[in-house]
Design a protein around this ligand. Structure first.
Ligand code: SF4
Length: 236
């Protein structure tokens, strides 16, 4: 069972970052080997080379201060066409802090020169992903250094792949107890659901809530490959 995961290309070891580097971690490389990856670098996608000048997110969109280029429309178009072209995927693993891919800890500014710091937020591409797929697991490598968030992500992507490959009946045997805790109403509906597509949508909706750690541990043992599970104090 191999989940289809969209990765920020730099997390897979590709040297596409603005400074010419990559951003893989031992965990992102390992997960890559257990998934069917779809790789994307939105900044290369809108026509930039490597290396390139930094871009920033500000209140008005995406901007490159050194060249005064407004990249907002290009990034909106790239996001729309890339996300619209995706076949069924099980989740996204994106690069933290990036003005394009960041799911968390992206610096945002009040001005397009990037001089007045506004706060931490999300990159433009990541925002489009979350809008297009409100229930899919969408995380970044920094958030996944937290044990319970990592388990929750892995259970959702491998659970979603299991539903696609094995169907609702097999999945329900594994997830029914957790579903009863998360959403008794949805569990009742899912019990009788024969369509894999609908079952998967309901599964992702129910699991957008995070179960308690004890349940996460139990489910991870059933659906996540052992090689991806580490004790909380030894996360790579
Ligand atoms: S964070 Fe996103 S835009 Fe930046 S290099 Fe990585 S894949 Fe490309």
């Amino acid at each position: 069972m191999r989940p289809k995961i969209v990765f920020s290309s730099c997390l897979t070891g590709e040297a596409v970052r603005y400074d010419g580097g990559s951003a893989e971690t031992p965990f992102t490389l390992k997960l890559l080997n257990f998934s069917e990856p779809v790789k994307v670098c939105p900044e290369v996608g809108i026509g930039f080379g490597v290396p390139r000048e930094k871009v920033i997110v500000w209140e008005g969109g995406l901007h490159q201060p050194s060249t005064s280029l407004d990249l907002t429309q290009k990034m909106e178009e790239l996001s729309r066409s890339f996300l619209g072209s995706l076949k069924e995927v099980d989740g996204f693993l994106l690069k933290s802090k990036s003005p394009s891919c960041g799911v968390s800890r992206t610096k945002t500014y009040k001005d397009k020169e990037g001089k007045v710091f506004k706060g931490f937020g999300r990159g433009m591409f990541a925002r489009a992903v979350l809008e297009a797929f409100p229930y899919l697991p969408v995380e970044d490598e920094l958030r996944l250094s937290r044990y319970h968030l990592r388990l929750h992500f892995l259970i959702r992507v491998f659970g979603s792949a299991l539903i696609r490959e094995e169907g609702p009946e097999v999945a329900h045997d594994i997830f029914s107890d957790a579903l009863r805790v998360l959403s008794p109403g949805l569990e009742k509906r899912m019990r009788r659901e024969k369509s894999g597509k609908t079952y998967r949508e309901l599964f992702l909706r129910a699991f957008s809530r995070r179960p308690p750690l004890s349940l996460l541990l139990e489910l991870a043992g059933k659906v996540v490959p052992q090689e991806l599970l580490y004790p909380p104090d030894r996360l790579p």
